[in-house]
Design a protein around this ligand. Structure first.
Ligand SMILES: Cc1cc2nc3c(=O)[nH]c(=O)nc-3n(C[C@H](O)[C@H](O)[C@H](O)COP(=O)(O)OP(=O)(O)OC[C@H]3O[C@@H](n4cnc5c(N)ncnc54)[C@H](O)[C@@H]3O)c2cc1C
Length: 372
């Protein structure tokens, strides 16, 4: 009997586990961390991801643990909006809402949906080799043999590096702080994702639960020094921004470089397939990286319902997913650059305000609609 291994218990690997479980497959997920503990930050699960969770019977749990978001607003530094995308109608059409949630809550719900014996923690993959099957060597000394391997091991994917021998991680030239804070936002912000575009920097915030607000602050790297205080960098923004930053304890703030993966020609080879960031990591400007990993899992599941030949499924999977994923990676990169222009910001904001709501809706629909 063939064995199936998933490397990585991130959002992609755990969702794929749920999909395989629903299709009646046995599998094991190997995760390097000693516990499933994602970075302390929020995340937006857009309507495409929530439709998948609906099919997995997880929609309500995720909605209850997070906060529904019906509008995306872009504004200048003084909270003056220049673009609004209302999503209520699309949410009704697709019978799912955007949900902002704590990453830890989301991963807890995904992990709890699986048979606990199917997740092996403390298993950091060191080496993978193709013999008749795949031979996987872990840092803890364990070795296993697996017929089918899924690489859900993130942007630095050892599986991609060792087997497909490809993948260039690109810097976006931007740094991003993320914070979590107990904060009472004004009520009109309760169900919207709000992002403010300034000169060479932007700040976003969204309510993720009854008490918690998740915020992020991105700047162009050239304005960054080791001694930069976020409050100094954002002192030309509305007081709400400074209040959010100042109310956040230092240990609840993380900082990362924003990167993505140069599109790679192929996500699969014999009996092995990459999903999520391992295959097509994107910058976070459209809030779609994890949603795309979730869609990957969903499409694989739909294809496996009709065809038990994994290699045929992998080929079909990439054919179906490629267009949307490439669109998101490319558009997200462009949005990242435009949103942090150093010059011409008033003109940019004015031009953005001229984009009709119907165009924003069209773009939202393109992202929300599942590939299969
Ligand atoms: C600032 C920021 C904001 C974001 N906001 C959003 C958002 O709002 N919405 C959204 O959809 N996406 C968002 N994303 C993107 C999202 O975080 C990623 O796309 C998503 O986490 C990818 O999931 P994954 O499962 O493919 O990979 P990962 O989350 O990276 O998971 C990979 C897993 O593999 C494990 N692993 C790695 N190497 C090994 C090994 N050798 N052996 C065993 N296990 C291993 C890791 O420990 C990890 O658990 C954001 C990203 C950033 C940086």
């Amino acid at each position: 009997m063939s064995t199936i291994s998933i490397i990585g218990a991130g959002i992609g690997g755990l969702t794929l586990g749920s999909v395989l479980q629903q299709n009646g497959y046995n599998f094991t997920i190997y995760e390097s961390a000693p516990e499933i503990k994602p970075v302390g930050a929020g995340i937006m699960m857009a309507v495409n991801a929530m439709q998948v969770f609906d099919k997995l019977g997880l929609k309500e749990k995720i909605e209850n643990a997070g906060n529904k978001i019906h509008r995306i607003t872009l504004s200048n530094e003084s909270l003056k909006p220049f673009s609004k995308t209302e999503i209520l109608e699309l949410e009704a059409q697709y019978k799912s809402c955007n949900v902002a949630i704590h990453r830890a809550e989301l991963q807890r719900i995904l992990a709890e949906n699986l048979d606990q014996n199917s997740i092996k923690l403390n298993h950091s993959l060191q080496k993978i080799e193709k013999k008749e099957n795949y031979i996987l060597d872990f840092e803890n000394g364990n070795q296993i043999e697996s017929t089918i391997v899924f690489g859900a091991d993130g942007i630095k994917s050892p599986i991609r590096n060792q087997i497909l021998k490809t993948g260039l991680i690109r810097s976006s030239g931007q740094k991003c702080w993320r914070g979590l804070v107990d904060f009472e936002l004004p009520e009109h912000h309760h169900h919207e994702a709000f992002e403010m575009w300034g000169k060479g920097k932007r700040f976003g915030f969204v309510k993720i639960s009854e008490k918690k607000v998740y915020w992020y602050a991105c700047i162009n790297e050239k304005s960054f020094s080791r001694y930069s205080q976020i409050t100094d960098l954002f002192k030309d923004f509305d007081d709400l921004v400074l209040n959010l930053i100042e109310a956040t304890q230092k240990e609840n703030i993380i900082c990362n470089e924003i990167t993505d993966l140069t599109p790679i020609p192929q996500w699969y080879t014999e009996n092995l397939c990459l999903i999520g960031d391992a295959a097509h990591a994107t910058t976070p400007n459209m809030g779609q990286g994890a949603c795309q990993a979730i869609e990957d899992a969903y499409v694989l599941g739909r294809l496996l319902e009709k065809n038990k030949d994994f290699n045929a499924v992998f080929e079909e999977f990439q054919k179906i997913r490629r267009r949307k994923v490439d669109y998101i990676v490319n558009t997200s990169r462009t949005i990242g650059k435009v949103s942090q222009w150093e010059y011409g910001n008033s003109l940019r904001n004015f031009m953005m305000s001229l984009i009709p709501e119907s165009i924003n809706q069209k773009m939202a629909k393109k992202i929300i609609e599942l590939d299969l």
